[in-house]
Design a protein around this ligand. Sequence first.
Ligand SMILES: Cc1cc2nc3c(=O)[nH]c(=O)nc-3n(C[C@H](O)[C@H](O)[C@H](O)COP(=O)(O)OP(=O)(O)OC[C@H]3O[C@@H](n4cnc5c(N)ncnc54)[C@H](O)[C@@H]3O)c2cc1C
Length: 292
Amino acid sequence: MIPGSFDYVVASSISDAVSLLQQHGDEAKILAGGQSLIPLLRFRLASPSVLIDINRIDGMEYIQETDNVLHIGAMTREAELDNSDLIRERYPILLDTSSLIADPVVRNWATVGGNLAHADPGNNHPATMLALGASVVAVGPDGERVIPIDEFFTDNSFETTLHPNEILTEIRVPAPTDRSGGAYIQLERKVGDYAIAGVAAYVRLNDAGQVTYAGIGLTNVGPTPIKARNAEQFLLGKALDDASIHQVADMAAAASQPTSDTRGPAEYKRAMVRTLAVRALQKALGRATGGE
Ligand SMILES: Cc1cc2nc3c(=O)[nH]c(=O)nc-3n(C[C@H](O)[C@H](O)[C@H](O)COP(=O)(O)OP(=O)(O)OC[C@H]3O[C@@H](n4cnc5c(N)ncnc54)[C@H](O)[C@@H]3O)c2cc1C
């Protein structure tokens, strides 16, 4: 279908984008990579009267590690994560995540900020960022605020706590510690498709091998990205052995809220969460203890 008509404006800076959002209010939408927004316009599922293009704002595409924090500019393309040595060496869970998104053409355009701001439960980054305990930076008319990722997604599908006059500018991820590791695994019908189900797991261990931090996020098995809080809590202080991994995988499956659709019946998806959680935790443990 052909999208409805809209005005198109190009923001020259972050403050210009914020002023334009102020000026146009709910009628406006930010255009980043366009890989989710343009299909919505074409299906007339969204009909903003103004698109504010932020692609020409300088300085919003970067991947930097400083002061034990990884900073990812909101306009960083998935392809840049795919090709970053820093990501490959220090944050392999992010490479797991980006490399499973669609295909290289989509990944050349799609941005990490857009992937989160769209809040699609089927998108990969929300689960991973929930597991990592990331935060996002939002800039609005009153300046900058930092939002922990578990306060970013609301209970409604495709909704975040970003205000209509705010732009997401950066994603912050805690740097890995000595004994930490994570992995993202998904099941898909064919390469490049959205996940039938996906699980992100991230753990930090002490010298005795006990879990001091556990993050578990789920993709496409509920109306919103899901943080499996009970499962995370359960792991604290425990060793990641076969028994605890299987027990926590059951808890992750219990946290999922899948519905039956063309990707499969709800029970199948719940069973897949269990299996994927086992695999993601085993892989996270391997990475945390020096293996792949
Ligand atoms: C064929 C296909 C397959 C795909 N498969 C997958 C997949 O398997 N997994 C997956 O995770 N994703 C998938 N995607 C989605 C893709 O990753 C999207 O591009 C991404 O979700 C949105 O990023 P974008 O930069 O394209 O944002 P846009 O489409 O430009 O914007 C999406 C939404 O976010 C808002 N927004 C964007 N950036 C900002 C910002 N900085 N501040 C405030 N609001 C902002 C926009 O206003 C809009 O509402 C697929 C897309 C396609 C076309």
